[in-house]
Design a protein around this ligand. Structure first.
Ligand code: NAD
Length: 484
């Protein structure tokens, strides 16, 4: 079982109190590196969620001013950075990612508190419009939208909540958060820090965990929750849209991806290969911005493939708590079996296995460590091109012309992240401008950052996180024409 001074309470947090599930039921949390139980946390449902929403609703009229809220953000940033090692350790144990990467995620989380603390006062100031239409002075106020429901996935246990709770707090929204069932401990640690170090009014932040459908259903049905910010799969996002039909809500949906990574023949191949490895194997390939389909122009296909294969063979897989490990385990058997299925499907349709193990040698019931795998001669009929693999698989697909690269990249209903590598900027720009993806890295495999809006097009979602737009998700504009 996990021991940590940041986990004094293995509990939910409602109306300023640490609470168990009404039923007394718990859910076990496991370390994916060894299958051992780390903790048992409350398994809550609709009633606890109703109380959390009511606590948020009750505090709404007393939410303090911008200056106080800015201090909360600064104090949270400082607390996260001061406790980076311990939070990183908890995160590594419940998620499996290498502990250095986990600590990087804590810094990433802190950067959202820092960004919104630094920009919120200006961003939230009312704006008087220069036009005096209809003999009035027109002022646009930025009002808090009210209680916000925040639902997060397991792949960034602290990064994803930071993107949501920092702007919500900045905007003055009380929140009800539901973490992923697989990774609630990092979130509990963050709530403990906020409970101890911030002078928050009761009900300002609430944490419920347990039945996804009961908690989610309650958040979606409640007229007291006008905004839901969700990150997760497109399937669950679509379900939430359906569930919100009886009460008009603002929905921020950060959903699945199927990222193309295009390597043009004039690209710096060394740099493109390094960027691919850093991008692809972060979180063992379990991130929404991970390159999923790697398109390489045929004249450099072999040279680039060899660079990638050499790098992949040098990667070290193991328990994230061990030194020098690059890749941890996958989160669970379903995730493992999906990667295995994608590799088996590609091999059965003619792809070549260049690095990694044959799927027949891998068995999730023995271990969730999946060997980083490279396959070549991949074609579009293979599952790894059509679906998000969410694991350590690099499928390399040759293409002939720039038009082909663009056509293949856009051959998906998803539109989250994409990448283009090539020296000729004007040429690359013509591709970038026509890609239907909300994020397009040019000569970089980097993902989002706190100061910039990030989000998907098409089936990858609606709304943006980060930057000014990320704050505005939690704001209602109120326009006041003043005729006096
Ligand atoms: P998921 O959709 O299974 O779960 C996400 C969250 O929703 C979890 O907290 C889960 O418990 C909850 N949930 C599940 N069923 C629910 C229901 N009926 N009602 C309410 N909540 C429910 O996704 P996941 O497996 O945790 O995460 C992986 C997916 O998330 C991938 O598709 C990935 O691309 C996507 N993702 C997207 C982004 C982005 O920024 N767009 C970021 C990270 C992950």
């Amino acid at each position: 079982m996990i021991e940590s001074y940041l986990l004094k309470h293995l509990a939910g947090y409602i109306d300023g109190q640490w609470v168990e599930a009404d039923s007394g039921k718990t859910a076990d949390v496991f370390n994916p590196a060894n299958g051992k139980q780390l903790a048992a946390v409350p398994y809550m449902g609709a009633d606890e969620t109703k109380r959390a929403i009511a606590a948020g609703r009750a505090v709404l009229p007393d939410v303090p001013d911008v200056d106080t809220r800015r201090e909360w953000l600064e104090d949270t940033r400082d607390a996260l950075l001061a406790e980076k090692e311990e939070i990183g350790r908890i995160l590594c144990l419940e998620h499996g990612k290498p502990w250095k990467e986990a600590q990087g995620e804590v810094e990433y989380a802190a950067s959202f508190f820092d960004y919104f603390a630094g920009t919120m006062a200006d961003a939230l100031a009312p704006e008087t419009l220069p036009e005096k239409a209809k003999n009035c002075t027109w002022t646009v106020h930025k009002r808090s939208i009210g209680v916000a429901g925040l639902i997060t996935p397991w792949n960034f246990p602290i990064g994803m909540i930071a993107k949501k709770i920092a702007p919500a707090m900045a905007a003055g929204c009380p929140t009800v958060t539901k973490p992923a069932t697989e990774t609630p401990l990092t979130m509990i640690a963050m709530f403990q820090l906020m409970h101890e170090r911030l002078d928050l009014p009761k009900g300002m932040i609430n944490l419920v965990m347990g039945s996804s459908s009961d908690i989610g259903g309650e958040l979606m049905r409640s007229p007291d929750v006008p905004m839901i910010s969700f990150t997760g799969s497109t399937g669950v996002g679509q379900l939430l849209i359906e569930q919100s039909k009886d009460w008009v809500k603002k929905l921020g949906l950060e959903l699945g991806g199927n990222a193309p990574f295009v390597v043009l023949d004039d690209a710096d191949l060394e740099s493109a290969a390094d960027n691919l490895i850093a991008n692809k194997f972060r979180g063992a390939g379990q991130t929404c911005v991970c390159a999923n389909r790697i398109y390489v122009q045929s004249s450099v296909y072999e040279e680039f493939s060899n660079k990638v294969i050499d790098r992949v063979k040098a990667l070290k897989v193991g328990d994230g708590m061990d030194e020098d490990v690059n890749i941890g385990p996958l989160i669970n058997q379903a995730g493992f079996d999906k990667v295995k299925d994608h590799v088996a499907d590609a091999l059965s349709k003619g792809a070549q296995l260049e690095a990694g193990k044959h799927p027949d040698e891998l068995d999730a019931s023995k271990s969730l460590f999946y060997s980083p795998t490279v396959i070549t001669q991949v074609t579009h009929d293979m599952k790894c091109c059509k679906e998000e693999t969410f694991g350590p698989l690099v499928p390399l697909i040759p293409f002939e012309t720039d038009e082909d690269a663009l056509k293949f990249s856009n051959q998906t209903e998803f539109g989250l992240a994409s990448y283009v590598f090539g020296k000729d900027e004007a040429r690359a720009d013509r591709i970038v401008a026509n890609l239907h993806f909300g994020h397009c890295g040019y000569n970089t495999g980097t993902g989002p950052a706190a100061h910039a809006p990030f989000g998907g097009m098409l089936q990858s979602g609606v709304g943006r996180e980060g930057g000014h737009d990320g704050l505005m998700e939690f704001i209602e504009l109120q326009t006041v024409p003043n005729g006096s």
